[in-house]
Design a protein around this ligand. Structure first.
Ligand code: AMP
Length: 281
């Protein structure tokens, strides 16, 4: 496994691999890797000759300095985990390599970044789009892999790839979960044992909501029920529960208004903010 901290040697290495006819898969991450991230590496390895995992805690996508400072950083463990799944290349640059000068470009994705995560984390998706476009330009992958767990992020990157004509194929991989249903997340590392036990309520609420929506219960009624289920747990606070069209992220008042509706939830357990989602069909 090759580990690069700088852009120039990484590009030279990948260039020679491409000249030998090898395809390149990219998995962008912020590290503190868990099995969800590793499932993306495995998906890339099935379809590409060379898999690159980037590990970079991107400051421009944090709208909360405390969250950025407290974000878990476990590079040595990450390297060991990537070695085990036979990832080919790690790119783990310093902030100064990716942002030699302060960022000036801002992205606006219209409706896609005005709802849900975009509404509650202003500027977040502009930072995500900026760093992902930098990584696409640095690595020039044939394929790039993202998790369904961050569905809104995937919808936005898909729009960016389409509009900016990035020459690559995007893939969305299923959410990996713990045995009790909690979506794997690097932020789960920050939960106390008690908080960890309560955190599973987001997944339970999604399952209940999905069942109710399939039965024909009105969205507003379902949202109220979700709030009740979630906030029964100590330390848990609901930020939003929405039903959206999974393509354009228009918020729905009626599930039949979309052929692929998705339920998206976000909330806090103590100070830790968690998200999850589930397709209805
Ligand atoms: P992050 O390190 O949180 O920025 O995530 C890096 C990539 O891993 C993103 O494409 C995420 O959507 C994906 N990811 C995060 N958690 C999971 C999970 N539980 N299952 C599958 N993919 C995930």
């Amino acid at each position: 496994m090759e580990i690069f901290k700088h852009i120039a040697p990484l590009k030279a290495f990948l260039q020679s691999k491409k000249q030998q006819g090898n395809s390149i898969g990219l998995v962008p991450t912020m590290g503190a890797l868990h099995n969800g991230h590793l499932s993306l590496i495995k998906a890339s390895k099935l379809q590409n000759d060379v898999t690159v995992c980037s590990i970079f805690v991107n400051p421009t996508q944090f709208n909360n300095a405390g969250d950025l400072n407290n974000y878990p950083r476990t590079l040595d463990k990450d390297i060991a985990a990537l070695e085990k799944v036979e990832c080919d290349v790690i790119f783990s640059p310093e902030v100064s390599e990716i942002y030699p000068q302060p960022a000036s470009i801002k992205f606006d994705f219209g409706q896609l970044d005005k709802v849900m995560e975009g509404k509650f984390r202003p500027g977040h998706f502009s930072g995500v789009a900026l760093v992902v476009s930098k990584f696409f330009n640095i690595v020039e992958p044939d394929h790039a892999y993202f998790g369904q767990k961050d569905w809104q992020q995937f919808a936005i990157i898909r729009q960016m790839v389409d509009e900016l004509k990035f020459n690559l194929v995007l893939h969305s991989e299923p959410t990996s979960r713990e045995s009790d249903g909690l979506a794997m997340s690097s932020r789960n590392l920050r939960l106390s044992a008690e908080q960890r036990a309560h955190a599973t309520v987001f997944h339970q609420a999604l399952l209940t909501a999905r069942q109710e929506l399939i039965k024909g219960t009105a969205i507003e009624t379902v949202k109220n029920k979700v709030k009740e289920i979630v906030e029964k747990k100590p330390e848990v606070k609901l930020e939003y529960i929405e039903v959206a069209d999974s393509k354009n992220l228009n918020l729905l008042e009626n599930v039949t208004a979309s052929d692929q509706p998705i339920l998206c939830i976000a909330g806090y357990v103590g100070e830790i903010r968690l998200i999850d989602n589930m397709f209805i069909h």
